[in-house]
Design a protein around this ligand. Structure first.
Ligand code: BEZ
Length: 253
């Protein structure tokens, strides 16, 4: 079973690039003053805070208490909620989500809740890991766990769909898709690959007994360094984003 816990302070120091690189998504959302916007999987609340500053009325949800607390400290109306069971009915002008949907493997349950949360004509604008995202890291994690006779398949917490597969899911929920594209975005890490793995890939490492975890991370790094680390020690991961904008029709049954 996949396991992942979040620590807001650790996230702020090892993953500050996540919100910074989400700026084009805010442009695609084109938020207007007074709009009521749901930030789905808000993390530590940077984007929700930006939307507030632009005069939007924002509700933010996350399934990690540490993130909800951090977002509340920024003045955001952040609530603890499971994205598969959103409790909103036709009340938002837009739902926004950055770098969160790939943690939600039950995509149809999430989309159904988003669809219910939006007013007729409401829009859903999001970006997350798409097909091929961090593929070299995924392959290395699988290969190194296989050496320990562990099948990484059931441990993999990530959902990185193809454009066609995700478009079909959006349409099945009644969305009209205005834009949807896979965007390769090689991403420099602020620290080492081990730092990144300790923040984002816990479900793989926790499958090992504690004494084997550090050597495991080291072997994953060694396997990937020739491709993903330059001579100065800078790591760059093969991120691929799936970015889309979709709307509900004005007339809904
Ligand atoms: C991503 O933002 O694409 C991502 C982050 C952590 C783990 C996997 C993917």
């Amino acid at each position: 079973m996949a396991q992942q816990t979040w620590d807001a302070e650790r996230y702020a120091s090892t993953a500050d690039f996540v919100a910074r690189l989400g700026a084009p998504l805010l442009a695609l959302l084109a938020p207007r003053r007074g709009e009521r916007i749901l930030d789905l999987g808000c993390g530590i609340g940077e984007h929700a805070q930006t939307l507030l500053a632009r005069g939007c009325r924002v509700v933010a949800v996350d399934s990690a208490q540490s993130f909800v607390d951090a977002a509340q400290r920024r003045g955001v109306d952040a609530r603890l909620m499971d994205a598969r069971a959103l409790r909103f009915e036709r009340e938002f002008d837009a739902v926004f989500s950055n770098a969160a949907l790939h943690w939600m493997r039950d995509a149809d349950a999430v989309l159904s809740g988003v669809q219910r949360a939006l007013r007729p004509g409401g829009r859903f604008v999001a970006e997350f890991g798409g097909q091929g995202n961090v593929a070299s890291v995924v392959n290395a994690l699988h290969a190194e766990l296989a050496r320990e006779n562990i099948d990484a398949g059931p441990l993999n917490p990530w959902y990185f769909p193809s454009p066609d597969a995700y478009r079909a899911r959006l349409q099945a929920q009644g969305f009209e898709v205005q834009a949807l594209a896979l965007i390769p975005r090689p991403t420099r890490l602020p620290g080492t690959l081990s730092d990144w793995l300790e923040t984002f890939a816990q479900s793989f490492t926790l499958a090992l007994p504690p004494a084997k975890r550090a050597p495991f991370l080291h072997r994953v790094e060694q396997r990937l360094a020739p491709r993903l680390r330059d001579r100065r020690g800078q790591w760059e991961l093969d991120y691929v984003r799936l970015r889309f904008a979709a709307t509900l029709p004005l007339l809904r049954s």
